[in-house]
Write a protein that binds this ligand. Structure first.
Ligand SMILES: [Zn+2]
Length: 305
């Protein structure tokens, strides 16, 4: 497939007929749904990141934990940063940044989720929303339940600030309390992680792969429906797909790619008068225009170009 989309398979320099990244996208995004094996592999490795905090009793969890230790969040193993290490966990943990964007923490008893550093309300951690209060707090990496006086309803928060607050800081605390006023810790329910990309909240490789593929989304490819759902031969659909992307090897395109190899850049092979561009040979060329008029006349439609 890759060779087919190259201009020839001979030795030496070659031209891309069309960008391979675009080819690997879904048809709705303008590609051929070839997929990306690197991203597929990353999505499969993500399963181990999901299972690690869940399977705390398993042998493999204990091995990884003893070798690399936990991160400060208490959920994930440390990243492998040593250059010489060839550990499989190095490849797995390399995907933690993307993986973490799809995970939401669900607070139960509040014993694992960190109050300031973790995202558990909204889409930012409180240490970023209230940096001034975070610096005043003595309780870095403190779990939510450690900031709460036991058995008080409504919840009584103790932030452990190093000094008395000024008016501005007191106002910020008021805003913070407004965000967490509905929080109720449940002793019978543990803190958990939820997979944001599935309504069930459970990780799936497919959803993670789709997320990775659309990390830098292409705009929707409007002609996709017309091209792929038309009732014509596949090779005609493929031609229409290339035409819609403006990647057909017309003389005009060849002139731009390899000026020294194109012998007749300003000569249409049909009418032998105009420059051969995509719009010319399919619409504006005299012969093409006659063909369209005939087809329209046969279908009882009006030619309006
Ligand atoms: Zn022509």
């Amino acid at each position: 497939m890759n060779n087919f989309l190259w201009e020839g398979s001979r030795e030496g320099s070659k031209d891309y007929l069309i960008n391979w990244k675009l080819v690997s996208k879904s048809k709705a995004k303008g590609g051929l749904e070839i997929g990306n094996l690197v991203l597929k592999n990353s999505s499969l490795l993500g399963k181990w990141l999901w299972r690690f905090p869940i399977e705390k009793e398993s042998l493999w969890h204990c091995v990884i934990k003893s070798k690399y230790g936990y991160q400060a969040n208490g959920w994930d193993a440390n990243l492998v940063v040593r250059g010489s290490s060839r550990s499989p966990w190095k490849d797995i943990s390399a995907g933690l940044c993307d993986f973490s964007k799809c995970v939401q923490l669900v607070v139960g008893d509040g014993r694992i989720v960190r109050f300031w550093e973790d995202i558990w309300i909204g889409d930012k951690p409180f240490c970023e929303i209230f940096p001034r209060l975070f610096r005043l707090s003595r309780l870095y990496n403190a779990s939510i339940d450690s900031l709460v006086s036991p058995s008080t309803i409504p919840v009584d928060w103790n932030f452990g600030f190093r000094r008395n607050l000024n008016d501005v800081e007191a106002l910020e605390v008021s805003g913070l309390l407004g965000l967490i006023e509905r929080v109720v810790l449940q002793d019978s329910k543990k803190d958990t992680k939820k997979w944001n990309l599935e309504t069930s909240g459970a990780f799936t490789c497919t959803s993670f792969r789709n997320f990775l593929c659309n990390e830098n989304p292409y705009p929707n490819f409007d002609p996709a429906k017309f091209v792929w759902e038309s009732k014509v031969l596949p090779k005609v659909k493929f031609l229409g797909w290339l035409m819609a992307h403006g990647r057909l090897n017309t003389c005009e395109m060849l002139q731009r790619r390899r000026p020294n190899s194109c012998f007749s850049p300003h000569w249409c092979v049909l009418c032998k008068q105009n420059e051969e561009s995509t719009s010319h040979i399919f619409l504006q060329c005299e012969l093409a225009s006659h063909l369209w008029q005939k087809l329209y006349w046969e279908a009882g439609l009006t030619w309006d170009f």
